[in-house]
Design a protein around this ligand. Structure first.
Ligand SMILES: Cc1cc2nc3c(=O)[nH]c(=O)nc-3n(C[C@H](O)[C@H](O)[C@H](O)COP(=O)(O)O)c2cc1C
Length: 305
């Protein structure tokens, strides 16, 4: 028996493989394609206070080694999420993490407060990569003071586990992770998308309507690994690694770099069962190296020579 479990605050994950926000809908969309019960957890797309249509099309473009998107947090809003989406998630035997977003600290707070009235939500992932309208559109987690302020505000409002999801678009992500930890985060997850851009030289137009967007997929994995490693040197709370994870090997690299769990994002667009396959690969790896628990691998990275 290999122990794949992981504790984050009051939440126990049966294994360290989750699906990333915005790449798996509200879970229900994928129920006929994959056995959701095998996953360690489902993270919903970002939920805001009011419904959002998101940005105009085109808002997704496939590139040679990744994907550029400008979805713009399209979602049904917290009331419809509770009325129409949560009941399905309750039927799945896995951990349910609701990803929360807002344009202001107050919006984050209002969404968390409303969701706190509902049973069967295991944790919140706070999308601190969305623009803060009161700070000229700066992403919340681009500033350690703002991260600290919003984190402590939300910490006071709920006893559920809080995962601070961080942007990679900063110079020192470790400082931001520390600010989240010191103000009550039970875990940090990283990375969200990198700022990217693509141009069609025939039409001489930007390939997505917002000109720049969020870059994800295999191309960002080395960047994500380095950020996870950096954060692992400065925080004690669990780290959830995200960025270009397509296979068991990718997931294990993140774990060796210091992640206690991982999220599968863009890979779901190619194969929604990627997460399920990764659970199996991690088990096989543990068996091969005679490990009783996957936790023995967390941060076990050794230098090249
Ligand atoms: C189409 C798309 C939509 C996304 N929407 C969200 C979102 O609503 N909230 C969020 O926190 N992250 C969102 N993300 C970011 C992913 O959860 C993930 O952090 C990022 O894509 C990096 O992982 P990946 O390379 O495995 O995709 C989105 C990513 C993509 C590709």
């Amino acid at each position: 028996m290999i122990d794949l479990t992981l504790q984050i605050g009051t939440m126990t994950l049966k294994n360290p493989v989750l699906v990333a926000s915005g790449t798996f809908g509200y879970g229900q969309e994928c129920q006929d394609l994959v056995d959701l019960n095998v996953l360690g957890g489902i993270i919903t797309k970002s939920i805001t206070l009011k419904p959002r249509d998101g940005n105009p099309p085109p808002r997704i473009v496939e590139l040679p080694a990744g994907m550029l998107n400008s979805i713009g947090l399209a979602n049904v809003g917290v009331e419809t999420f509770i009325a129409e989406k949560l009941s399905f998630l309750r039927t799945v035997d896995t951990t349910i993490v609701v990803n929360v977003a807002g344009s202001t600290a107050e919006e984050f707070l209002a969404v968390v407060r409303r969701l706190d009235d509902e049973d069967d939500i295991d944790a919140y992932e706070l999308n601190f990569s969305c623009p803060n309208v009161k700070e000229g559109g700066l992403e919340f987690s681009q500033d350690a003071n703002i991260t600290a302020k919003v984190m402590s505000l939300i910490r006071k409002a709920t006893s559920r586990p809080l995962i601070a999801k961080l942007t990679p678009n900063v110079t020192k992500v470790g400082e931001i992770a520390r600010a989240a930890e010191e103000n009550g985060a039970n875990a940090v997850s990283l990375i969200n998308t990198l700022v990217g851009m693509a141009i069609d030289i025939n039409s001489q137009r930007a390939r997505i309507a917002t000109t720049t967007g969020g870059y994800s997929g295999p191309a960002i994995k080395p960047v994500a690994l380095a950020k996870v490693y950096e954060v692992s040197q400065v925080v004690q709370i669990p780290i959830i690694g995200i960025g270009g994870i397509m296979s068991g090997q990718d997931a294990l690299e993140f774990i060796l770099a210091g992640a206690s769990a991982i999220e599968v994002g863009t890979a779901n667009y190619i194969d929604p069962s990627t997460g399920v396959r990764i659970v199996d690969s991690i088990k096989q790896y543990c068996r091969k190296y005679k490990l009783a628990s996957v936790r023995e691998l967390v941060g076990a990275l050794r230098p090249a020579h």
